[in-house]
Design a protein around this ligand. Structure first.
Ligand SMILES: [Fe+2]
Ligand SMILES: [Fe+2]
Length: 337
């Protein structure tokens, strides 16, 4: 596994060599650059073309945010907020997801021969490792009880593992955008804490932007005879994700305590991050708005992930139709009574 951990723990430019932002304005500027990017190339960026492939790699490099997990100043929380944070059923799964993502992305980057794509996916693996570090620092700062991490096993089918991670991020990030905004609006968590996670949220937006464009590029340059098998694999990945999300993850820690983690927390956990009453269709609308907002600063010629927003629109419309139908039913029942 040596070479894979080299990929996710080393940037082409060493993190420690990066100059620390000299002042608060520099931090704001780095944050702005991470959210806005336009390719200087004119004309269309057609998936499969060299211009598109270079653009996806440049976007990923240029929007890099050089924050360091080790210097994050975790805000002091009052006992009630601390309890709210430590009891969220997500921390084990969050740490393990980042651990799996860094390994799977590094494994895939290791196989890629195209230098631009290899560079982008290696950086993505590195950023997943940084997310894991941020979470470990937070877990330590707030003394969050954690289940032991299972061993991270190098995937046998590297392409499958990369697709599972990529599509999972597309689903989780989309709903996390809405959930995060709800948490911010409710004031359930101090601003200093949500501000700390803000660059990570935006980073996930860049990750799924990269994934959507990698996927389009990969499909376009793939030999035609591989395509049917690949599309069957993509369907199988979606099937696997649906199956995975129907279950809760249970692990037992050293002291015999059972940790139950919710794979669907980004959809089902709204009550735990906010006191704002929100219906499912309203939540879907919020996720769609936040998704648009987070992607708005990047070159419109780069593709956006579309499947999860489409699923959200269906959930919203079915939810609205249900609300309408049950409203009529209730009104009729009242009249009849
Ligand atoms: Fe991540
Ligand atoms: Fe990610």
């Amino acid at each position: 596994m040596g070479s894979l951990s080299d990929i996710y723990s080393r940037l082409p430019e060493s993190m420690d060599d990066l100059p620390a932002p000299p002042n608060a304005e520099a931090v704001v500027e780095a944050d702005f650059r991470a959210r806005h990017w336009l390719s200087p190339v004119r004309g269309p960026l057609k998936p499969g073309s060299d211009a598109h492939k270079r653009a996806l790699a440049e976007m990923f490099r240029d929007t890099f945010n050089p924050y360091k997990p080790s210097v994050i100043d975790w805000p002091k929380l009052d006992p009630e907020t601390l309890h709210r944070v430590t009891s969220l059923p997500i921390w084990d799964i969050a740490v393990q997801t980042e651990g799996k993502a860094r390994l799977r992305m590094a494994a895939y980057a290791n196989l890629v021969t195209d230098p631009d794509v290899k560079d982008a996916i290696s950086r993505n693996a590195w950023e997943e490792n940084r997310h894991k570090e941020v979470l470990s620092k937070m877990v330590a700062a707030y003394n969050i009880p954690m289940a032991p991490e299972p061993p991270y096993v190098e995937p046998k089918d590297v392409e499958w593992a990369y697709l599972v991670t990529g599509f999972s991020e597309c689903v989780d990030s989309f709903f996390a955008f809405g959930m995060f905004e709800l948490a911010k609006r409710s004031g359930y968590f101090p601003e200093a804490l949500t501000d700390t996670f803000e660059p990570i949220m935006q980073e996930e937006c860049r990750h799924i932007l990269l994934f959507a464009n990698w996927l389009a590029w990969y499909r376009a340059v793939m030999p035609w005879w591989r395509r049917p098998f690949f599309e069957a694999k993509v369907w199988a990945v979606w099937g696997f994700l649906a199956y995975e999300r129907m279950s809760l993850a249970r692990t037992v820690d050293d002291s015999g305590q059972v940790h139950t983690q919710d794979n669907n927390f980004t959809v089902t956990g709204t009550k735990e991050v906010t006191n704002i009453q929100i219906t499912l269709p309203e939540f879907m609308d919020l996720c769609l708005e936040e998704d648009d907002r987070r992607f708005a600063g990047y070159d419109p010629r780069l593709l956006r992930p579309t499947t999860t927003p489409a699923i959200a629109r269906v959930i919203r419309d079915v939810g609205r139709a249900w609300e309408f139908a049950s409203g009529i039913f209730k009104a009729n029942a009242k009249k009849a009574a």
